[in-house]
Design a protein around this ligand. Structure first.
Ligand SMILES: CC(=O)Nc1ccn([C@H]2C[C@H](O)[C@@H](CO)O2)c(=O)n1
Length: 108
């Protein structure tokens, strides 16, 4: 039997922590396996490397995006250039075209 539990946790690479906490990074782009976040819910956020909790985020929207449709606005919301963003995503999700933009807000 499969379960469809709403995700309550999210991880980020530690190098993105300061941008998230300062509000410079307001989206993350994930593959299908991490696309099941639900708008209106909150998630506990920790570092991918060592599981250290560092904030809570409210999920605002989850929208599909093709890798080839990523643009400068996505990069701006990631606090990167578009070339940097495409490089990061290519490293994390090599060859994956179908992605999801998760827009979030810091919960105080
Ligand atoms: C396990 C895993 O995939 N963790 C991820 C995935 C993505 N990010 C960041 C990197 C970029 O800023 C965006 C776009 O993918 O999200 C991450 O920190 N951790």
């Amino acid at each position: 039997m499969t379960t469809n539990a709403i995700p309550t946790e999210m991880t980020f690479f530690a190098r993105f922590e300061s941008d998230i906490l300062s509000g410079k990074k307001t989206i993350t782009i994930r593959d299908e396996s991490e696309s099941h976040y639900v708008p209106g819910t909150t998630v506990d956020v920790s570092t991918y490397e060592d599981g250290r909790w560092f904030c809570r985020l409210e999920i605002l929207t989850v929208e599909p995006i093709a890798f080839s449709d990523l643009n400068d606005f996505h990069a701006q919301q990631e606090n990167m250039t578009l070339a940097e963003l495409k490089g990061v995503i290519h490293d994390i999700y090599p060859g994956i075209e179908k992605l999801y933009v998760v827009n979030y807000a810091l919960v105080n």
